[in-house]
Ligand binder design. Structure first.
Ligand code: NDP
Length: 450
């Protein structure tokens, strides 16, 4: 049977666009549907605007440091409206670039939501479109647990459109998004209370890293309420009233505008019409095999909708592996080992490979060696600022292979990206030691740790 398209992609985010372009490069006739702006969460509501705001939030510290280098003290006022509009303009520019990229690749863009009518047919903006293969790349959406009044909380999607800077924000959650926004808002001058249900932020990260970031976030003025359960959120004329139980004691936190829920994300599958296909779910996400094939052999899924490793570069890699396999005659899968990741907090943190706890679980305490270095980077010495960098390597005793590298401090993401190549290719501690350092730099500590 002749179909309208060889491949139809639902969702033009990182995973969808990379798959569509690569399949089109192989000569496939490709269509893509996106009801929102091109680029998906990462470009429009996530990584990109978040990082731009993080840059903005770092200037006060830089101004302070400048006085240690002979500059007069800077008296500068921050304008929230100006930042939000500059970020919006940049996103518009990026949307244009995405549009051009898709046009150049001859991918036909449909600015509509697509849902399944049957396993080969989609309804796209009132039109029926058929495709030989269909890729679901619709991403995720903020999870809103059933807390009374949760509808009064905004999410990270909304923060980029707030007309005014909140004076006091209550941030619910201690994961990537909660921590990043706590630091951004705090840096921009908002009073921040961060509510977490455990003892520490960033569950799943190496304990030394969690401790160091939390300590420095608190030192920077963020009020982190640990072991605190959120009971309710009530709307007030001038803000919100967040009811919590903190260390068994009931309290109310009054914030002027914002309580920001950063309590995880869930796959965006409600309106896809999956009931008209044989596509099955596992724990609320689309179940796929290692080739990203769903339980319908011609329907595939990549990225956050599969809820595996919810990171932009992972969605892109999955999408390219899918397109190479299905349209490029090169059947391959993506490798999930040693995926580096960063948290753009202040201080920044980045990590690759096993945490100390994971390494102990695999090799036992006697099976690993830990190398740590904590120091004040040169930049902060003259301004006499108490900002520290922490670096940590986890090494397999028997083989000498480096199992994990972790860092908290300036440029952690930039530094760990390079270290990740070494770890991915199986470098040993002896290889690290044999590498000549770049002096003077913080990064050289990774090759000089004893
Ligand atoms: P995370 O899963 O990272 O963190 C969720 C947080 O919410 C945790 O602190 C969790 O606590 C807490 N939580 C969950 N449910 C409840 C509840 N019912 N009551 C109280 N607390 C709760 O989610 P995020 O929303 O921060 O981020 C979503 C994903 O987006 C990340 O996992 C990541 O994959 C991606 N992302 C990546 C970024 C990057 O690469 N820099 C940046 C931003 C997002 P507990 O730890 O106790 O479970």
């Amino acid at each position: 049977m002749a179909y309208d398209f060889d491949l139809f992609v639902i969702g033009a985010g990182s995973g969808g666009i990379s798959s569509a372009r690569r399949a089109a490069q192989y000569g496939a006739k490709v269509g893509i549907a996106e009801s929102w702006t091109l680029g998906g969460t990462c470009v429009n509501r996530g990584c990109v605007p978040k990082k731009l705001m993080m840059y903005a939030s770092q200037f006060p510290e830089q101004y302070h440091a400048a006085t240690g280098y002979g500059w007069d003290a800077v008296d500068s006022q921050f304008n929230w409206g100006q930042l939000i509009s500059a970020v919006g303009n940049e996103l518009q520019r990026l949307n244009g670039i995405y549009r051009n990229m898709l046009d150049k690749s001859s991918v036909q863009v449909f600015p509509h939501y697509a849902s399944f009518v049957d396993a080969h047919t989609l309804e796209v903006g009132g039109e029926k479109i058929t495709a030989d293969k269909i890729l679901i790349a619709v991403g995720g959406t903020p999870a809103m647990p059933p807390i009374p009044g949760i509808e009064y909380a905004i999410t990270s999607d909304d923060i980029f459109h707030l007309p005014q800077q909140p004076k006091h924000a209550v941030i619910l959650g201690g994961g990537y998004i909660g921590c990043e926004f706590a630091c951004i808002l705090n840096g921009l001058g908002t009073q921040v209370t961060q509510v977490i249900r455990g003892d520490k932020i960033l569950r799943g990260f190496d304990e030394d890293i969690r401790n160091e970031i939390q300590t420095q976030m608190i030192a920077n003025g963020i009020h982190v309420m640990t072991q605190t359960a959120i009971e309710s959120i009530a709307k007030k004329d001038d803000g919100v009233n967040v009811g919590v139980v903190s260390h068994d004691e009931r309290q109310h936190i009054i914030a002027d505008v914002v309580s920001l829920a950063a309590l995880g994300r869930k796959p965006n599958i409600e309106k896809l019409g999956l009931e008209n296909t044989q596509v099955e779910l596992a724990a609320g996400a689309i179940a796929v095999d290692k080739y990203n094939t769903t339980t319908e052999p011609h329907i595939f899924a990549v990225g956050d909708v599969t809820d595996k490793v919810n990171l932009t570069p992972v969605a892109i890699s999955e999408g390219r592996a899918f397109a190479d396999s299905q349209f490029g005659g090169n059947s391959r899968t993506m490798s999930y080992d040693n995926i580096p990741t960063a948290v753009f907090t202040s201080p920044e943190a980045a990590t690759v490979g096993l945490t100390e706890a994971e390494a102990i679980e695999q090799y036992g305490e006697a099976g690993i060696k830990i190398y740590r270095s904590k120091f004040r980077p040169m930049f902060y010495t003259m301004p006499d600022m108490p900002i520290k960098t922490l670096m940590k390597l986890i090494v397999h005793s028997e083989s000498d292979r480096v199992l994990g590298a972790h860092m908290v401090g300036d440029d952690a993401a930039e530094i760990i990206q390079g270290v990740a190549i070494a770890i991915k290719t199986g470098a040993t501690k002896a290889d690290f030691d044999a590498t000549v350092g770049i002096h003077p730099s913080a990064a050289e500590e990774f090759v000089t740790m004893r």
